[in-house]
Design a protein around this ligand. Structure first.
Ligand SMILES: Nc1ncnc2c1ncn2[C@@H]1O[C@H](COP(=O)(O)OP(=O)(O)O)[C@@H](O)[C@H]1O
Ligand SMILES: [Mg+2]
Length: 376
């Protein structure tokens, strides 16, 4: 992969100095130089360069917010600033910068930072991660969350992501992404080539030009057969060979099949909405998982359709379920409905909506947590 670089610098003299230094540094390819922030962010969001050199302005708070925003895109940020007090350096790194270079820029400092950002490989997981999206009630947003999370994980990590519809016998991932289902999953599992990662990738439908692949059941119920727990285990083993992240949209039954999926998952996203019967249901699922001896940090509770001024607060939810809420997805009926009706992810409906932002950041938080637990 190229070590692409994007620079944010408003001062023309500094710009010239940096460009001069870069002509001697062969390991990076300069993509663009921006002095307009909004334009630059848009470019970075779409192109995900490996390194971003970001010159902080005298408006420190805004600069830190920008660094945070850029780091959410998974790029390596080198912050440049005239203020090289320890407190500023620490704060900058805390907001997500990978390295800090003081201004006026010295060639050696810049090169050291660049080497650090380029050498450090894009984090590679030791083991691929199965993330299952579950609730024992329908209509809470499982498919909306599984689909949009898979899209954001793909954008963020640029790794191969599989979105698997195991809401059998009729899932709806294909409706959410407007793709044609054709496959009978049990047929794939019974194929002798199942262990071949190319075969399993080909069996999935690639979403547009991305590294997201969708595995969905056939369009008619009668074409889909029931899967056995043993087949699920086999399917997951094979998907792990071919994909870094496997997002599973699940059904609502608490049966042997779903318990096998949950047991085999690395992470369970348990979805609820703020409504008493559903919160109690969520509590029951957590009790069940405890009885099944799932590690408690394996299950992460997500509150969907969150409203800031709801009568029941997140604290109330946390007190009831006796567990912190991992993430809140805002209520945005208009954007979700428009996305479902058009068969596109919310980011394609409106990349600036609160719900798109929420999915981007959820993907970012999850990957961070996965890397951390992967290291231990
Ligand atoms: N964050 C949200 N804001 C507003 N409406 C939502 C949100 N998430 C889901 N919905 C609505 O809930 C409905 C059910 O969502 P869906 O993902 O199909 O649920 P499930 O897969 O759990 O049955 C969607 O059609 C949509 O109208
Ligand atoms: Mg669904």
């Amino acid at each position: 992969m190229d070590n692409n670089l994007v620079i944010f610098e408003q001062d023309s003299q500094t710009k010239e100095v940096i460009l001069g230094y870069l002509s001697e540094f062969e390991d990076v390819k300069l993509d663009r130089v921006f002095d307009d922030y909004a334009e630059g962010v848009k470019y970075i969001k779409e192109n995900r360069p490996k390194v971003v050199m970001f010159s902080m302005t005298s408006d420190k708070n805004t600069s830190l917010k920008m660094i945070k925003r850029l780091s959410d895109f998974g790029v390596n940020i080198i912050a440049l600033s005239e203020d090289y007090t320890t407190s500023n350096i620490i704060q900058t790194l805390r907001y997500g910068a990978k390295d800090f270079v003081s201004k006026p820029v010295i060639k050696k400092d810049l090169f050291v930072a660049l080497v650090k950002c380029c050498q450090e490989d894009v984090k590679v997981l030791k083991k691929s991660q199965i993330i299952s999206v579950f609730s024992n009630k329908g209509g809470v947003g499982k498919t909306a969350i599984a689909t949009n999370l898979a899209v954001e994980l793909t954008k963020l990590t640029r790794d191969k992501v599989a979105l698997v519809d195991l809401n059998l016998p009729i899932g709806d991932v294909t409706t959410f992404l407007d793709i044609k289902p054709t496959i009978d999953i049990s047929e794939i599992i019974n194929n002798s080539q199942i262990d071949n990662s190319e075969f399993i990738t080909d069996a999935c439908r690639r979403y547009k030009d991305t590294s997201l692949y969708v595995l969905a059941e056939p369009p008619y119920i009668e074409q889909s057969r029931t899967l056995t727990p043993a087949q699920i285990v086999k399917l997951f083993d094979c998907l792990r060979n071919a994909f870094s992240y496997i997002v599973v949209d699940m059904g609502t039954n608490v049966d042997k099949l779903n318990m096998t999926i949950l047991e085999k998952s690395d992470i369970i996203l348990l979805i609820t909405i703020v409504n008493l019967p559903l919160i109690r249901n969520c509590q029951r699922c957590l009790d069940l998982f405890e009885n099944l001896e799932f590690p408690s940090d394996k299950t992460k509770v997500i509150v969907n359709r969150y409203l800031e001024n709801d009568e029941i607060t997140v604290e109330d939810v946390e007190n009831t379920i006796n567990k912190p809420v991992y993430w809140k997805v805002p209520n945005n009926y208009f954007t979700i409905m428009s996305s479902i009706n058009k068969g596109i992810p919310v980011s394609e409906v409106n990349e600036n909506s609160n719900i798109t932002e929420s999915f981007t950041q959820l993907a970012s938080k999850l990957t961070e947590d996965m890397f951390e637990s992967d290291l231990t």
